[in-house]
Design a protein around this ligand. Structure first.
Ligand SMILES: Nc1nc2c(ncn2[C@@H]2O[C@H](COP(=O)(O)OP(=O)(O)OP(=O)(O)O)[C@@H](O)[C@H]2O)c(=O)[nH]1
Ligand SMILES: [Mg+2]
Length: 239
């Protein structure tokens, strides 16, 4: 199947998943997660063999409120402002748990190492950290080239959930970047996560580890890799 078709299928699946999630949220009856998972069947699409068939370039995952959408918003504001409106509209629609965006990456021309990545459109999948959506988010790991697992440096709980997601994304064959968000720390919060431990944890599965309050450095690290994947299959990542 051509990759363009896979991208179209991904769009359709995301739409269907969001609709099912909205129904799930509307269901006010208390149910166990196990039961809900049986009732809400998400189509994760065909399993793909090679990295080139993965139609999401960067999937953002992590516990609720660690700043995934805020980080993506700030990045978009700097690199591709016309895309901001879609992110902001989706943010208001709390019935969606997946948001797909195509956002331009422009490397700093003074940065010779990434100069060839100056013009790549990156396909992002921003995933909600709502516990009720977690099982379904993992199903999208089969579609992602890179998974950015985000935790809040001031929250051990978010770190515990990130460690779990790191393992799962790695097991699904994704390239993983473990990102410690320093936003809360910069707002006066108390650091709770031992960064050296976090780096060791990432290294144990061959993941990159980055800490910061902006995504651009992390994206710069993987932009070239994403561009190579796009070049390997030229007419595939269109809008
Ligand atoms: N500007 C900014 N705000 C942040 C950041 N991290 C956390 N916040 C604050 O936390 C709130 C929730 O952040 P979101 O970006 O929505 O978090 P999220 O990880 O996308 O959360 P879910 O989508 O619910 O899983 C924001 O409204 C901010 O007040 C950050 O890196 N930058
Ligand atoms: Mg979000």
């Amino acid at each position: 199947m051509a990759l363009r078709k896979k991208v179209e299928d991904l769009e359709a699946d995301i739409k269907a998943s969001n609709e099912k999630y909205q129904k799930l949220l509307q269901n006010t009856t208390m149910q166990s997660m196990a039961k809900m998972n049986q009732e809400v069947s998400f189509n994760s699409g065909p399993k793909v063999a090679g990295m080139q068939a993965r139609s999401v370039d960067i999937q953002l995952v992590g516990a609720q409120s660690v700043g995934k959408t805020s980080l993506l918003e700030a990045y978009t504001k700097e690199f591709d402002p016309p895309q901001l409106a879609k992110i902001q509209t989706d943010k208001q629609n709390t019935g969606n748990f997946l948001g797909r965006y195509q956002i331009q990456f422009q490397s700093d021309s003074s940065d010779s190492a990434s100069a060839s990545s100056s013009n790549v459109k990156i396909n992002f999948l921003d995933c909600s950290g709502n516990p009720r959506a977690q099982q379904h988010i993992k199903e999208y790991f089969t579609r992602a080239l890179w998974v950015f697992v985000i935790y809040d440096i001031c929250s051990l709980e978010s770190y515990a959930s990130a460690k779990e997601l790191l393992k799962q994304a790695h097991a699904a064959g994704c390239r993983v970047l473990f990102f410690g968000n320093k936003y809360s720390l910069e707002q006066g919060g108390q650091a709770a996560v031992d960064i050296m431990m976090a780096k060791d944890t990432a290294a144990s599965v061959g993941a990159l580890a980055v800490e910061g309050s902006e995504l651009k450095e992390a994206i710069r690290m993987v932009a070239k890799d994403i561009q190579s994947e796009h070049q390997a299959l030229p007419a595939t990542k269109g809008s």
